[in-house]
Design a binder for this molecule. Structure first.
Ligand SMILES: NC(=O)C1=CN([C@@H]2O[C@H](COP(=O)(O)OP(=O)(O)OC[C@H]3O[C@@H](n4cnc5c(N)ncnc54)[C@H](O)[C@@H]3O)[C@@H](O)[C@H]2O)[C@@H](O)CC1
Ligand SMILES: Nc1ncnc2c1ncn2[C@@H]1O[C@H](COP(=O)(O)OP(=O)(O)O)[C@@H](O)[C@H]1O
Ligand SMILES: [K+]
Length: 504
């Protein structure tokens, strides 16, 4: 799915109106109907709750007014509160006039805001994508009032006060919604941790915006859904043999952290690799042979950490990092690897930390290398970010400069590419915030590279499948019970869902 800017959304609304020969009020009616349907479904179990719709002066307020009418027609008790304003949008006015007289509609007074019971449901239709400056005055007072209420808040399209695709000044008032019901496409603001308290749980409802225009709109940001991943992962071939699916070399582990290498190895094997060699320090040799008998184990000369680069001939991908440690000898191995690696390269964990503390080595990164940092590791490679938007700028700049792919991990993991396009992942859950789940991801990326996938496809598919495996695991044992090993065990079904079926 494409992620459009506020200006692009406006243009898309207009283009839809033109292409379909409808009026903007008719498009607003679609938006209000989709929102109302969602809300009525939620209210089905609590029909006696009164809905209070807080409307601003623009089209977001117009959506609120139209939704209030539709809720009333559906038999729902509803009240409208209007933000005082000098001017209103034409579609606001049209829907204001259409509001049945039985629906109470009262202008808000900043000094006398209504007292609401906690059984009420509050709809925030103050401002949407048209917001262009921080809220002040009565609007700010209403935001504080909504945020201090004990009743649930449902935002129409955007929580009011939140910008669609840029940071707002710190301490500017923003509604903290429990739910945000947004139209058609996800907004960049929804995907960033700093906005979590404002957006709450977000859902998309379709209002039939023009697909041809969406298709033609050039964007920098995508939200990775199943559709975007179609036809990227070929099915296994009937006459395949283990040589068909590549040979991965995985370097990792140090005293006390052999488990990280083992988890990456298990994930790699669960992701379709043909052959896997696991290079570990001598202390990990027996562990590796026992825990992952499917992999060939290569003991290093170093007892507790890796100190020598193995012969790299014959491998289809090299991945290094999980549990690696940061010993000087290991740093030399990494430098030699960067200088000589003939195969695609995947860097994670301590391999990234070593790069971060030896930045001159970044110049040696082979083009198309895949790096998988979490935000702290990324910061060590670049600089601290002022906020999540700045971090995305740093990500774009880093990928362009080093011609590499960076998988910036978290909820909505963001994959940066050398061309500047960012891909935000849609799978995964907070149960995955547990030690070792990143190591599992490294194994999946390595396996897909070994099978010959281009770096972008390998990163996109691996991140999606890893999150999906986490979701499947959590379905079985809950988010609290999730472990990295369980994520690895669910990779098979997750990848199966992504596999292109043979053409008929
Ligand atoms: N035809 C359309 O364009 C559609 C628009 N829709 C709704 O319309 C919304 C966008 O509507 P608008 O563009 O009218 O904008 P908003 O309703 O978000 O804001 C209204 C106006 O308030 C003013 N404003 C901006 N920031 C302000 C601030 N801090 N304090 C006071 N006033 C401020 C601006 O002039 C803005 O145009 C969407 O979020 C969505 O809810 C939907 O009905 C779908 C169709
Ligand atoms: N709240 C979350 N929602 C979705 N995915 C998450 C969440 N928290 C963590 N993850 C995923 O789990 C993995 C954690 O990786 P990382 O921080 O490197 O852990 P570790 O170093 O313990 O292996 C990443 O792939 C990340 O995207
Ligand atoms: K809103």
């Amino acid at each position: 799915m494409k992620i459009l800017s506020a200006a692009q959304i406006r243009a898309l609304d207009q283009a839809t109106i033109q292409a379909e020969g409808i009026t903007s009020v008719e498009l607003m009616e679609r938006a209000a109907a989709a929102f109302t349907e969602w809300l009525l479904e939620k209210l089905a179990a609590h029909p006696q709750r009164e809905v209070h719709v807080f409307c601003g002066p623009g089209n977001n307020g117009g959506d609120g007014l139209a939704a209030a009418r539709l809720l009333h027609l559906a038999g729902q008790a509803v009240r409208v509160w209007l933000l005082p304003a000098a001017r209103h949008s034409a579609d606001f006015t049209a829907n204001h006039q259409r509001l049945p007289s039985e629906v109470p509609c009262i202008e808000l007074d900043a000094y006398q805001l209504p007292e609401l019971s906690s059984s009420a449901v509050l709809v925030d239709a103050l401002f949407g994508t048209g917001l262009n400056r921080p809220l002040t005055g009565v609007a700010a007072a209403v935001v504080h009032y909504l945020n201090n209420s004990s009743a649930p808040v449902v935002a129409v399209d955007m929580p009011s006060g939140l910008l669609t695709d840029a940071p707002q000044p710190k301490s500017s008032p923003v509604v903290c919604a429990h739910y945000t019901i947004s139209f058609e496409l996800p907004k960049l603001a929804f995907l960033l941790p700093q906005n979590a308290d404002y957006v709450g749980q977000w859902e998309l409802v379709s209002i039939g915006l023009n697909t041809t225009v969406i298709h033609k709109t050039p964007v920098d940001n995508y939200y990775t859904d199943l559709k975007l991943l179609t036809n990227r992962l070929p099915a296994r071939q009937r006459f395949a043999h283990k040589g068909t699916y590549g040979h991965a070399l995985l370097l990792g582990g140090s005293y006390g952290k052999i488990g990280a290498a083992v988890l990456a190895a298990q994930a790699c094997l669960h992701s379709g690799v043909g052959l896997l060699t696991l290079a570990v320090p001598a202390v990990g040799y027996t562990v590796a042979q026992t825990a992952v008998p499917e992999a060939m184990a290569l003991p290093d000369v170093g007892q507790d950490y890796i100190g020598e680069l193995p012969n790299l001939k014959g491998y289809s991908v090299v991945a290094i990092g999980p549990g690696l440690g940061q010993q000087p000898d290991t740093l030399r191995v990494l430098e030699q690897l960067l200088r000589t690696c003939p195969a695609p390269l995947v860097l994670d964990a301590d391999a990234l930390n070593l790069l971060g503390s030896n930045r001159h080595l970044l110049a040696l990164l082979p083009p198309d290398t895949i790096l998988t940092p979490h935000p702290k590791e990324f910061e060590r490679l670049t600089q601290p970010a002022h906020d999540d938007y700045h971090r995305l700028e740093l990500l774009r700049a880093f990928c362009a400069r080093h011609r590499c792919y960076v998988v910036l991990k978290g909820a909505y993991t963001c994959i940066g590419t050398p061309t500047g396009t960012l891909y935000f992942n849609s799978t995964g859950n907070p149960g995955m915030a547990t030690g070792g789940s990143g190591d599992v991801l490294t194994g999946v990326v390595a396996a897909l590279c070994a099978q010959g996938l281009a770096p972008l496809d390998a990163a996109l598919l691996a991140v999606y499948a890893h999150g999906r495996a986490g979701d499947l695991g959590a379905q079985q044992i809950g988010q609290m019970g999730l472990t990295a090993g369980i994520i690895a065990a669910h990779l098979g079904p997750a990848l199966e869902e992504l596999t292109t079926p043979p053409t008929f």
